[in-house]
Design a protein around this ligand. Structure first.
Ligand code: DCP
Ligand code: MG
Length: 449
């Protein structure tokens, strides 16, 4: 049967994959209750896949006698639970629980020491199978990944939703473990969705219901809101996402700094982060070759500032951050110097990139004339962990808030609407002539320092 986007009423069975024209509770073909219907089922392309009780499921696969027994994986030196099968979870056993406590809750459990080599092998198999669905697979941990399936319909002759259901079925049949799938229009909600119906789940969150759905969820649903930050929010009387939805962005930013903006957007189901493969870019950088050579701090600092802003702009656009700042200089006799510094936390802020770059640059100001200056970041990660609000350096924290405010003005009025002290009036001299993307500063012709 041909399925078109005009026909959102047609669902399909997750067991036999037969299309279902009328919304029935059971599959018209095989009678399975696992029938999927959703108004946006054929429009959504972002998926999060997470294996169910991963280590425990692998052990159950390899020993059928364990099938109906509660199984706990853990022990070892730390004496905590790595994971527990869903049977053991009924008794209250959870990951990271001390083993003695877990055994008190479920004394009949079978305890198995983790076999990491085996789990890595199985995790790799699952990942390879994911990569047959789309080249855009972003692994998050040993048992989970994001997938972008836009544009894969022709290849699989199936809409993403059905491709994913076929995948889950294939993992069960060929690898012998189960997964849960979340399907949505953005990463945040795809991840939330995959957790909704575990195990063997397949949940869909569409754009139309996102805000309503989020309203009644606890703030801890938001990626990056851990126990400590949830406690801060609770002290301010905020426990549910619905409360965040009623707050102004400026208020959230004033209270919580950069993370306030994230809360504002995610609480409304706005998440522009793209799915990217881990090695799609090793670094993000920009560089400029001067018309005449320079040795003085002011000129170089101005160029550095505008290049840092360019790098930060790209990082923010792609929701990534870099852990290491890399400065590149080329002397008049074409010798290249690169200097690196690893930061405490990854950053996507121009201010942090600039100040780190400047301190590296200052050590190279020995009268040498430079014909090229470049700045970039490497060790790329998701922006989620970048620039935590509780910085020791309060001035830097203030500048970070200011930078977010400037970004907003620039989003609305263009890049040159706001100029900082370092670049003000220096745009002609500081204009980058060439930029580089996806260049690995560890390699190539550099002379590491
Ligand atoms: N893990 C661990 N210690 C933790 C959490 C997890 O060692 N505190 C390991 C064991 C898990 C694996 O990582 O099997 C994957 O983590 P998940 O959080 O995805 O947990 P599970 O896959 O076990 O369960 P779920 O079905 O909730 O995904
Ligand atoms: Mg899992």
């Amino acid at each position: 049967m041909r399925i078109s986007k005009q026909d959102p009423n047609t669902g399909f069975c997750r067991d036999c994959l037969t299309y279902q024209e009328v919304p029935e509770h059971r599959c018209v073909h095989c009678g399975s209750p696992r029938v999927l219907h959703h108004r946006e089922l054929y429009d959504l392309t972002v998926a999060h896949i997470d294996c169910d009780a991963f280590y425990a499921t692998v052990e159950k696969r390899d020993n059928p006698e364990l099938a109906d027994k509660p199984v706990i994986i853990g022990g070892g030196r730390r004496g905590v639970v790595s994971t527990a099968c869903y049977l053991a979870r009924i008794h209250g056993v959870r990951s990271a629980m001390p083993m003695f406590k877990a055994l008190k809750a479920c004394p009949q459990a079978v305890v198995i020491k983790p076999d990491m080599e085996k789990y890595s092998r199985v995790g790799r198999q699952v990942r390879e199978m994911m990569q047959e669905l789309t080249p855009l697979v972003q692994p998050i941990s040993i048992d989970e990944a994001f997938l972008e399936l836009a544009g894969t319909e022709a290849l699989h002759r199936n809409p993403p939703a059905r491709t994913l259901a076929a995948f889950a079925k294939r993992v069960e049949e060929e690898i012998g473990i189960t997964v849960s799938v979340g399907l949505s229009y953005c990463k945040f909600l795809a991840k939330v969705a995959s957790d909704l119906e575990k195990p063997r789940g397949f949940s869909v969150i569409g754009e139309a219901e996102a805000v309503d759905f989020l309203k009644s969820m606890p703030v801890t649903t938001i990626w990056g809101v851990g126990k400590a930050f949830a406690a801060t929010l609770e002290r301010d009387g905020i426990t549910m996402i619905g409360q965040l939805q009623e707050m102004e962005e400026s208020d959230l930013m004033r209270r919580y700094g950069v993370i306030g903006q994230r809360l504002y957007r995610l609480s409304r189901g706005q998440d522009a982060r793209q799915v990217h493969t881990r090695d799609s870019a090793k670094s993000v950088s920009a560089e400029t070759t001067f018309n005449s050579d320079h040795a003085d701090r002011d000129t170089l600092a101005a160029v550095l500032r505008s290049l840092s802003e360019k790098v930060a702009r790209r990082l923010k656009k792609n929701d990534i951050a870099g852990h290491t700042v890399v400065l590149k200089l080329k002397t008049t006799d074409f010798k290249i110097r690169t200097r690196n510094r690893r930061l405490e936390d990854p950053t996507c802020l121009a201010d942090r990139i600039f100040h780190t770059g400047l301190s590296l640059l200052e050590r190279e100001l020995d009268g040498t004339k430079y014909r090229l200056l470049g700045i970039g970041v490497s060790d790329l990660t998701n922006a989620d962990l970048a620039d935590p609000p509780d910085l020791v350096d309060t001035d830097a924290a203030k500048r970070a808030v200011a930078e977010r405010a400037i970004d907003k003005v620039r989003d609305r009025f263009g890049r040159h609407a706001v100029e900082t002290g370092y670049t003000f009036g220096k745009n002609e001299r500081a204009r980058p002539q060439r930029d580089m993307d996806a260049v690995d500063p560890e390699k190539g012709d550099s002379e590491a320092g």
